[in-house]
Ligand binder design. Structure first.
Ligand SMILES: [Zn+2]
Ligand SMILES: [Zn+2]
Length: 343
């Protein structure tokens, strides 16, 4: 039994067709499969990963996990149209990026983020949300509060990773936290670490971003070279720059923790392995927070996390090129560019 009428025919979609090139086309509406839900995306957030897909530099393209034409869109929310899993047409839902198989040995051990059959929405193996419809397994959807309308609800996706980084590192009131980077992840980390009672300082290169971090409760804001060394019990690297990872090693106090969330790909010369031993700090690679969607929705619903203040622009899907241009030219301050689907 499926709830709602599952449409057939074709739908509008916005695949990337080559570096720097989005096309408007029609694709078949995905058929109903048992256990799946068809959702109409309302808003799609764009991040650095989308820009890499747009530029043709994304790892997923280079290692063959995906190819053009590629329907992007991994940060999004929408309304249920039809399907299984106890959803009702009209329910507002956020879609998960990582979709584990649930059957492989890693899934069975509870290590779902390293599932060996993993697909990731809008990245590889699963069509993204830049289309009229997206079909996902029911277990890869989390309900949003009734009446959700806000474009910023797309921020649940990056925020689950923030929850994972502070949970895994055990962030608490005794911590002095340095957050490197003032993009969406960095600014959400400032907010959540403050909620956990930690003292938080922001480190970044964008003065407007640092100002926002202060607005969210950071008690100091520094350019990377000005931040005090060996002063932080927890450092969250959220900038994605290799130089910032290196800086993290100088900022953390002996015995502290470093959570690496940004994906820096430039190799680093001159790393001395013995420093990790002698300084006794822990380095956590934070892949994603796929187990935290429900909790993260609550954090926004209860006002712990402020999404509205992170939105730089909401751009109609018809002007998708403009959205990528905004992403490309580097915003200052508010980080999130969002596409408005539909219409
Ligand atoms: Zn993203
Ligand atoms: Zn698996």
């Amino acid at each position: 039994m499926t709830a709602g009428d599952w449409p057939s025919g074709t739908m509008r979609a916005l695949p990337l067709d080559g570096p720097g090139h989005v096309i408007r086309t029609r694709l078949p509406i995905p058929d109903h499969e048992p256990g799946t839900v068809l959702v109409r995306p309302a808003y799609v957030g764009l991040c650095g990963t989308d820009l890499e897909l747009f530029h043709g530099t994304a790892a997923y393209l280079n290692d063959g996990r995906t190819a053009y034409p590629h329907v992007f869109g991994h940060e999004w929310w929408g309304e249920v149209v039809a399907g299984d899993g106890g959803f009702t047409p009209g329910d507002a839902v956020v879609g998960h990026t990582m979709i584990p198989c649930g059957r492989c040995p890693d899934c069975q051990r509870g290590r779902r983020s390293v599932c060996r059959n993993l697909v990731e929405t809008g990245l590889y193996g699963q069509q993204g949300a830049a289309a009229d419809f997206i079909r996902l397994p029911a277990h890869a959807l989390t309900r949003l509060p009734e009446g959700t309308e806000a474009p910023w609800a797309v921020l649940v996706e990056p925020a689950v990773t923030v929850v994972e980084s502070l949970e895994r590192t055990g962030c608490g009131p005794f911590d002095r936290v340095a957050v490197l980077g003032t993009g969406s992840i960095g600014l959400l980390t400032v907010q959540l670490a403050r909620h956990y009672g930690a003292e938080v300082e922001a480190i970044g290169v964008d003065p407007a971003g640092l100002e926002l971090a202060t607005h969210f409760g950071a008690t100091a804001a520094y350019r990377p070279e000005d931040a005090p060394g060996r002063a932080y019990s927890l450092v969250v690297e959220a900038s994605g720059a290799s130089s910032a990872f290196r800086r993290s090693l100088d900022l953390v106090e002996p015995g502290g923790r470093i959570a690496v969330v940004g994906v820096a790909t430039d190799p680093l010369d001159g790393l001395v392995p013995g420093r990790f031993v002698l300084s006794g700090f822990d380095v956590y690679g934070i892949r994603h927070g796929l187990d935290h969607y429900g909790r993260t929705v609550e954090l926004f619903a209860t006002g712990v996390l402020d999404g509205a203040a992170l939105v730089a622009a909401v751009v109609p899907a018809a002007d998708v090129e403009q959205a990528f241009k905004l992403l490309e030219c580097g915003r200052t301050g508010r980080p999130k560019v969002i596409l408005e689907m539909g219409g």
